[in-house]
Design a protein around this ligand. Structure first.
Ligand code: DGL
Length: 274
């Protein structure tokens, strides 16, 4: 297929349950500064972590329908829970190329591990879906995978409790079980967990490599755009536009912390119309 220059300059569409996916946006901005992005944060229906597979599939379809209306060229499912529960499903429905965060995170963990013992932490939905466990086993059936949901980490990150004693206490409690299993790589399988990297790292100790799925996803986006001949040829800095389904003001304030940059206008949309 011949792809026009106009098509290549189109935006990458990204969605998440709220602000967490901004950790993926931050990495794409760092690795692909000339790409335009349209970000949708489903703040009105956040959180996705404790919800069922069926509802996450429905939400993901609506989020993609909204992004498609914006004329995008590629989709990134930045939410781990949505990637875990709905990526394979939406890939069968839509023809636009898309990637999630589970495969890139798993592939990186497989590269980093030496002893073949890998830990995965995420929301209840992500861990219950067994997506990371299956993706890792598919890469190498002899891997020993230990998975644990750490739901409070999401609130800690959102409340800015990233280096307080309370965060350390909770991290110790959650991670002890995994630590005892002698893993040497730990996948941070949730958008929010990269913010807690330093506390998670100090609890796990030096021998454990933390795999940031946001960082690995940006690497995978770059490779996919190159392979599909979809990279933006423009040398100018790309623009990112933000949309949410509730509370744009709160998204802006919290989002700037996740993104590490100022966020311009945040647009409110009715996601139930899609
Ligand atoms: N974005 C979600 C994830 O990565 C975390 C927040 C939520 O539960 O919606 O799984």
């Amino acid at each position: 297929m011949i792809i026009s220059k106009a098509h290549r300059t189109r935006a990458i569409g990204i969605f998440d349950s709220g602000i967490g996916g901004l950790t993926v946006v931050a990495e794409i901005l760092r690795q692909l500064p000339n790409e335009n992005m349209i970000y949708f944060g489903d703040t009105g229906r956040y959180p996705y972590g404790p919800r069922s597979r069926e509802i996450i599939k429905k939400f993901s379809r609506q989020n993609i329908n909204f992004l498609l209306e914006k004329g995008i060229k590629f989709i990134v499912v930045a939410c781990n829970t949505a990637s875990a529960y709905a990526l394979e499903y939406v890939k069968r429905i839509y023809s636009i190329p898309m990637i999630g965060v589970v495969k890139p995170g798993s592939e990186a963990a497989a590269r980093f591990t030496v002893n073949g013992r890998i830990g995965v932490i995420g929301t209840e939905g992500t861990i219950a879906s067994l997506s990371y466990q299956k993706a890792l086993k598919k890469i190498n059936d002899s891997f020993k995978v230990v998975a644990k949901s750490c739901p409070l980490f999401v609130s800690l990150a959102e409340e800015g409790y990233i280096d307080k004693p309370a965060a350390r206490l909770i991290a110790k409690d959650y991670l002890l079980e995994i630590k005892n299993k002698k893993i040497d790589a730990l996948v941070l399988g949730c958008t929010h967990y990269p913010l807690l990297k330093s506390v998670i790292g100090s609890v796990m100790g030096k021998g454990v490599t933390l795999v940031d799925s946001a960082e690995q996803t940006a690497v995978a986006v770059k490779q996919a755009l190159g392979r599909l001949d979809l990279s933006n040829p423009s040398k100018k800095a790309g623009k990112t536009r933000f949309y949410v389904s509730d509370s744009p003001g709160k998204f802006k304030i919290l989002g700037e912390r996740f993104l590490g940059k100022s966020i311009g206008k945040v647009n409110l949309i009715d996601i139930n119309a899609y």
